[in-house]
Design a protein around this ligand. Structure first.
Ligand code: A2H
Length: 257
């Protein structure tokens, strides 16, 4: 990590309804009136977006809502990401960072968003412990079928909704979706490897790092898509095509850091 520039795809999760806490925080804010707000999630796996079941934020992280290159669209993310985007043609003018609201991750839990390509019509914003303020946008889209971190976190939330202050109906109906098949881990790589390695929680960090590496490589080199337009095609072929389509459809933006 932190070795060289990363080519992320930032997925635009359109806000359908903010949590009551966020609605209260934004009440009377004229800068957001009539605008479409997106929670923007940096991913290295655009081909897995069919399997989005929720979105993660860090409860103690600071977020902002920022003006973008499109006058009718606002991005919700960390200020750090907004500063980087300001030099990647994603802000009103080069280098300009224009924040219209401040929020804390905790306030966003329970917000309902539309995740592009997801088989679920809408998904919810949930808490994750390990979201770094220093990477991506501070917003992580969750694909429990293919990301061991996401799967382990979703398991924690399902087991202890009260402790994590989430409602079961925000998580329980959203089962992992088969996206990619590999000879080693079948078509639900993350649940399979978590069971094999007896990973029970997002707190099992050492094991999760190993699991993440194993399924990432296996999926990329040996994976075949089992869903969507590229079903039957290798991941290596589908990945750049799906990325391009999301960007052309206005549902994602390229982002480097
Ligand atoms: B990936 P790298 Cl299916 N804090 O997207 C913690 N993790 C973050 C983050 C942050 N601020 N920003 C992005 N990420 C996650 C999909 C995915 C991802 C799958 C499988 C593996 C995987 C769905 N979540 O990542 O350190 C995002 O999760 C494993 C590497 O820059 C992003 O891609 O390599 C990935 O970490 C970027 O991590």
């Amino acid at each position: 990590e932190g070795v060289g520039p990363q080519d992320y795809t930032c997925i635009k999760l359109k806000v359908i309804e903010f949590s009551p806490e966020t609605q209260a925080a934004l009440a009377g804010n004229k800068d957001i009136e009539g605008k479409t707000i997106f929670m923007v999630a940096a991913t290295l796996r655009p081909e897995t977006m069919y399997g989005q079941t929720n979105c993660f934020v860090g409860v103690d992280l600071k977020y902002g809502i920022f003006k973008t290159h499109k006058s009718d669209e606002l991005f919700l993310m960390t200020e750090r990401a907004a500063r980087n985007m300001a030099f990647q043609n994603l802000s009103p003018s080069n280098g300009e960072v224009s924040k219209v609201a401040d929020l804390v991750g905790r306030q966003l839990i329970g917000t309902q968003v539309k995740a592009p390509l997801s088989t679920y019509p809408s998904v919810y914003v949930l808490p994750m412990d390990g979201v770094l303020a220093t990477k991506g946008t501070g917003v992580v889209t969750s694909v429990p079928s293919d990301s061991p971190d996401d799967y382990a976190t979703v398991m924690d939330l399902k087991k202890k909704p009260d402790y994590y202050k989430v409602q079961p109906e925000w998580i329980v109906p959203f089962e992992p979706v088969a996206i990619i098949n590999t000879p080693t881990y079948g078509n639900l790589a993350a649940p399979t490897i978590c069971a094999q390695m007896k990973i029970a929680s997002q707190k099992d960090k050492t094991q999760l790092a190993l699991a993440k590496d194993a399924v990432y490589k296996d999926g990329f080199y040996n994976g075949v898509m089992v869903i969507g337009e590229y079903a039957g095609k290798p991941v290596q072929e589908a990945k750049p095509e799906i990325r391009k389509q999301l960007i052309e459809a206005g549902e994602a933006v390229p982002y480097n850091e």
